[in-house]
Write a protein that binds this ligand. Structure first.
Ligand code: PTJ
Length: 251
């Protein structure tokens, strides 16, 4: 992997953001991240800049609601694309362990080679089982490649974490009645708008945060988990993020 990020000094004001960018670049070099992933990263960076590259309180509450959903689910799945694999491979495996969830590779620009590389990359970062390669089920209403999922993975899931998802597929998963936890820095994106729980935050901050909440709530009663889920307000969360971006002191 490229280690250009080693040259970024810690006191650089945008050090974290530059390191994240280099991880995406390295992901492209390794055949994990698609070239479109570079564009998605640029879009994400712009929103993150306006958010001051920090987690809003409303995003933290969303991460807690996400953890409550995952812990209450019978069959939770964390979906992984090329950007997520490059940015947070280890944190994704840790989240799956904390939430007792499966990990499934699910790509917008699906090729067998990228699927294999991402699965191997996740295994290198501690994943024991990686789903997505069987592709023995389909999400209805989507063009062929993007609809491919595993029958015992996303197809059977009652709760799915979909970071940086494309809007169509997020909507199609929602129509199947699944609880959708979307991580997206753009509160106006269709994925965020259709989510049961939208987390408007960078995946590099959001994924470990959901894990922390899941660990903290591991022994919570069903009733406590239900209360957290019921009190969560998706619309208010999106409105708060949009307000933070529009009112940004950096804008
Ligand atoms: O690996 P693949 O083939 O599945 O392709 C993945 C990408 C991301 C290329 C594909 O899903 C895509 O084109 O996505 P979009 O439509 O560009 O949407 C990406 C969304 O994620 C945008 O709303 C970005 O603002 C947001 N985003 C980008 N980087 C991050 C992010 N959100 C959270 N954390 C980030 N680091």
């Amino acid at each position: 992997m490229s280690d250009e990020h080693a040259e970024i000094p810690d006191d650089h004001p945008r050090a974290q953001s530059l390191r994240t960018r280099h991880r995406i670049e390295a992901g492209v070099e390794r055949g994990i991240t698609s070239r479109q992933g570079l564009i998605a990263e640029g879009r994400g960076e712009a929103f993150d800049y306006l958010l001051g590259e920090q987690t809003l309180d409303s995003a933290d509450r969303a991460a807690r609601a996400a953890a409550a959903h995952l812990l209450a689910a019978d069959h939770p799945v964390v979906s992984v694309n090329g950007n997520v694999a490059a940015l947070v491979p280890e944190a994704t495996v840790e989240l799956a362990a904390a939430a007792d969830a499966a990990v499934e590779v699910n790509l917008f620009n699906r090729t067998d080679e990228r699927m294999e590389r991402i699965a191997a990359h996740l295994r290198e970062h501690g994943a024991e089982e990686v789903l997505g390669l069987e592709a023995d089920a389909r999400i209805p209403g989507l063009a062929h490649e993007r609809a491919k999922v595993d029958a015992d993975g996303i197809a059977a899931a009652d709760a799915v974490v979909v970071p940086l998802e494309d809007g169509d597929r997020a909507a199609a998963l929602g129509e199947l009645g699944k609880t959708e936890i979307v991580i997206d820095l753009n509160p106006l994106s269709r994925s965020a708008q259709t989510a049961t729980v939208p987390i408007v935050d960078n995946v590099v901050r959001a994924v470990p945060r959901i894990t922390e909440h899941a660990r903290e709530l591991a022994d919570a009663t069903d009733e406590k988990l239900r209360t957290i889920r019921e009190r969560f307000d998706a619309e208010a969360t999106l409105a708060d993020a949009e307000r933070a971006i529009r009112d940004s002191e950096l804008a």
